[in-house]
Design a protein around this ligand. Structure first.
Ligand SMILES: [Zn+2]
Length: 426
């Protein structure tokens, strides 16, 4: 008969330790497996990681292992203390399946953390009949290890963006690596201030920062300032997606204001339900919507004029030559400034002010479209939406690193080479 201990020896075996006995717990809801040191092996000092002479043994501890067929599984072990000559102290031993801080075994923490990338933390806790706090601990353990062991290496391109994470205008600053071979979240900071963004450069250090070639950002002034200060040699590109988003916002403002005015003046509500007709690209409209849009465009409305300006602007992205793109941009701004539509004029002023940064997109041969940053940021928003129950900023920060950080996973402790390694299902 296949025994539980045989299975454990196959998937979770550690040199120097023996699974002694498996039995049901007193409640019959759990399985308890006692572990003891293999005879003739010495305990390892948890401070200097060297074998040391035994001193005494502590009371039995329970380490929670991966639940099995509906039973909670615990490893029971009495930790030894060693009298370590290197450390000149009595120190508790190091065990390969867990550590002194956590009740959960490393294997179970890896297991929970892996599920917490696919499910929300709440769902993960429910699915494995454990608590939200234990899922939190598991993710924290895995992310902390991953951040300590990741290599920054050479970073070619970064993108910085902000996301709103709570009611009342609370923002996070996110910095991504957007190299062609490597995209990942490098850093999360609270707020979107000069100080917070500087924090990123403190983490990566001047050496890595000085080698960054491209920086992608939106028009948020504190970001622009820090980029000028820290990456003066890099080509700074304004994010295309943000420019389009700003323009849509301006158009929406014009539409809402005009619709209200028409209602007030008792005119035919031409703009009713026109919001998405105007904000979506025409090619993405259904044929019925396209028909309605064409109808709307026949009227001489401020909204229509703003819409046509916005649509005309899209042509900018088709240029390849920075010179021609510049000519187009200048002409568009000139026309828009004569439009007498204030929200659009505001955009034109802003584009003029950031003209060089916009044209850098063409100087970079359009290599760094905002697509990458936008994609990563959408993932970040999905992570946050799933984050029902992230009551605190640290939990949110952890979950973002966990799903987007691309950090290395803790490798299983080495076990004798003829034994199978930690099974990947952990
Ligand atoms: Zn020691």
């Amino acid at each position: 008969m296949l025994q539980l201990i045989t299975i454990l020896n196959r998937c979770h075996h550690f040199r120097g330790f023996v699974y002694q006995r498996a039995r049901f717990g007193p409640d019959h809801q759990s399985i308890e497996v006692t572990v003891r040191p293999r005879k003739g092996t010495r305990a390892i000092c948890s401070r200097c990681h060297q074998p040391a002479t035994g001193y005494d043994q502590l009371a039995e501890r329970r380490f929670e292992f991966i639940p099995f067929w509906g039973f909670l599984v615990f490893l029971l072990y009495s930790m030894r203390r060693v009298d370590c000559r290197h450390c000149e102290a009595v120190v508790v031993e190091e065990v390969p399946w867990g550590n002194g801080k956590h009740q959960l075994t490393n294997a179970y923490m890896l297991f929970l953390a892996r599920w917490a990338r696919r499910l929300s933390w709440k769902e993960t806790a429910e699915a494995f009949r454990t608590s939200w706090d234990k899922v939190f601990n598991a993710v924290e353990h895995v992310v902390t290890w991953g951040l300590e062991h990741r290599t920054l290496g050479h970073i070619d391109a970064i993108g910085v963006d902000e996301i709103q994470y709570a009611k009342g205008h609370k923002y996070l600053t996110l910095v991504y690596q957007i190299d062609s071979g490597m995209t990942r979240l490098l850093w999360v900071g609270k707020e979107r201030t000069i100080e917070s963004f500087r924090g990123f450069f403190t983490v990566i250090g001047d050496d890595v920062a000085s080698k960054i070639v491209f920086v992608c950002s939106d028009m948020w002034e504190p970001y622009l300032k820090v980029i000028r200060e820290k990456c003066s040699e890099a080509l700074h590109i304004l994010d295309r997606f943000h420019i389009v988003a700003k323009m849509n916002k301006a158009l929406d403002e014009v539409r809402a204001e005009e619709a209200r005015r028409m209602l007030r003046e008792g005119r035919v509500p031409l703009l009713k339900k026109s919001r998405w007709l105007l904000l979506k690209r025409e090619k993405n409209l259904k044929s019925e919507q396209r028909f309605r849009l064409r109808d709307l465009l026949r009227y001489n409305l401020r909204t229509v004029r703003a819409y046509l300006l916005k649509e005309a602007f899209q042509q900018l992205w088709d240029y390849n030559s920075p010179t021609w793109a510049a000519k187009f941009l200048d002409e568009w701004c000139r026309q828009t400034m004569r439009s007498r539509i204030e929200p659009m004029k505001k955009i034109a002023r802003s584009l003029r002010q950031h003209r060089d940064l916009i044209l850098n997109y063409f100087h970079a041969h359009k290599l760094f479209s905002s697509g990458v940053v936008e994609g990563l940021n959408n993932k970040a928003k999905v992570t946050m939406r799933r984050s029902y129950g992230f009551r605190t900023y640290p939990a949110l920060e952890l979950s973002l690193y966990h799903s987007l950080g691309n950090c290395p996973n803790r490798h299983p402790p080495t076990i004798s080479s003829d034994e199978p390694k930690y099974r990947t299902c952990f």
